[in-house]
Design a protein around this ligand. Sequence first.
Ligand code: GLU
Length: 327
Amino acid sequence: MNQHRDHAPRRRTARLAAACALAGLLAACAGPANIEPPQVDVPTPLPSGIDFDPEVAASTPDTSCDPLASYAPGTVTAEQAIADLDDDGQIAIGVSQSTNLMSYRDPQTNRLEGFDIDIARAVAEALLGPDVTIQWVPMTSGDRVTFLQEDRVDLVVRTMSINCERWNDIEFSAEYFRAGQRLLVAKDSGIDEVADLTADHSVCTGATSTSGGNIAAANDQVQQVTVPDFNDCLLLLQQGTVDAISTDDTILAGMAVQDPTLHIVGDTFSVESYGIGVQQGNTDLARFVNGALEDLIADGTWKTSYDEWLKVPLGTDANAPTAVYRD
Ligand code: GLU
């Protein structure tokens, strides 16, 4: 009984609401056609970890440790290098899975694709054979050094610039690609180069990337906005939260392909030498990786991959950098 008593008023309320809605609809039909939609204050979605006022010191290239000099391949065999892995039957490689052209998950094939992925696969196959089981570990830029230190990955192949600060914590392979930092803006922005950015502009960079220090050195006026994963900068530029994105040309080219209303402007204002990150002390693995890099450059794998992914978007032909060794 109580249930019936409780429900009756609710049914009446519902019928009343329906009648009112119908009346409202009829009134709307009869009224002016250009009724304004109600103003709803929806907050702009922002990536987690965004910092609108990061402290970023201008960086200058530090060559004190001879950063591009890695370990000569010598006579290290795959068997010796495999001894540096936790599980000698498989390898864990840290990558991005959302950096178009370099390292992204193709929704058609559900496979990771891109230049960094081609390099990583070729190295893993040299080490463990063509049927190698690769455990791909998605990571942000800020995870690269820590995941190696915490033994969560054996290698990192993720648009990672070799520098002295990082050499303090990990080993690097020889340089396998030379990128450079530039600027990505809307085509109708009126911004043509980094010098056009004023204190009224904001530029998005990846926190813990080399990009922040480089842009601070190139332009000390512009306000920086940092996000943990530089891929989130694209959304911020598209929604107008920032005026520009600044990072490596390889990464910007992938964003420009995704959104034809954007374009890369200005000259390159840094040198970003990509290396494969290796756990500190795993020098046999680093030597073997360097031998594998020499082979994949010599057999045309590097060039084929460059031509497939980067040649057109970067608008330039390129060859692999020459390896430099410290011993
Ligand atoms: N290559 C630069 C770096 O290693 C920027 C790209 C990135 O963060 O992955 O910091």
